[in-house]
Design a protein around this ligand. Structure first.
Ligand SMILES: [Zn+2]
Length: 139
């Protein structure tokens, strides 16, 4: 099957440890909806994510109009990156590796995946990585 198309039956997806076929299909649909949403130019997910995580309100106040354009470009780049990321996640799903932390190999909980279906790390590893990222500065 085409892994970038929604499965119509849970049995079309490879078995993944820690997730039921129904949970996996729900997550596959979420990923594809998000990918298609970004491709359709809504970009709402990334825009809200970006403003929350990258630009703090007081930094936004200081931003000049030239950096608004830069900001828009950065969002477009992040959207493109996210589409690529979603495709990678769908490929991992097709390989039966979805829902495993890429860092420690532990299972990522279904609830965390529902909230963030592109999550590649468990909450512990992610927290650690984000702390490291904060120290090294925003990307
Ligand atoms: Zn982990």
């Amino acid at each position: 099957m085409n892994i970038f198309k929604k499965a119509t039956d849970a049995s079309q997806l490879p078995e993944v440890e820690h997730l039921t076929p129904e949970e996996l299909m729900t997550l596959q649909h979420l990923l594809i909806d998000r990918k298609e949403g970004i491709a359709a130019g809504t970009g709402a997910t990334v825009a809200s994510l970006t403003s929350q995580q990258i630009i703090q309100p007081d930094e936004m106040d200081q931003a000049s109009s030239e950096s608004d354009r830069e900001f828009g470009l950065r969002i477009a780049q992040r959207e493109q990156k996210l589409i690529t990321k979603i495709e990678e996640v769908l490929e991992r799903m097709a390989a039966g590796e979805y829902g495993e932390c890429v860092s420690c190999g532990e299972a990522i909980g279904y609830r965390r995946l529902l909230a963030r279906p592109v999550a590649g790390m468990c909450i512990d590893c992610k927290t650690e990585a984000e702390t490291a990222e904060r120290i090294s500065g925003f990307r």
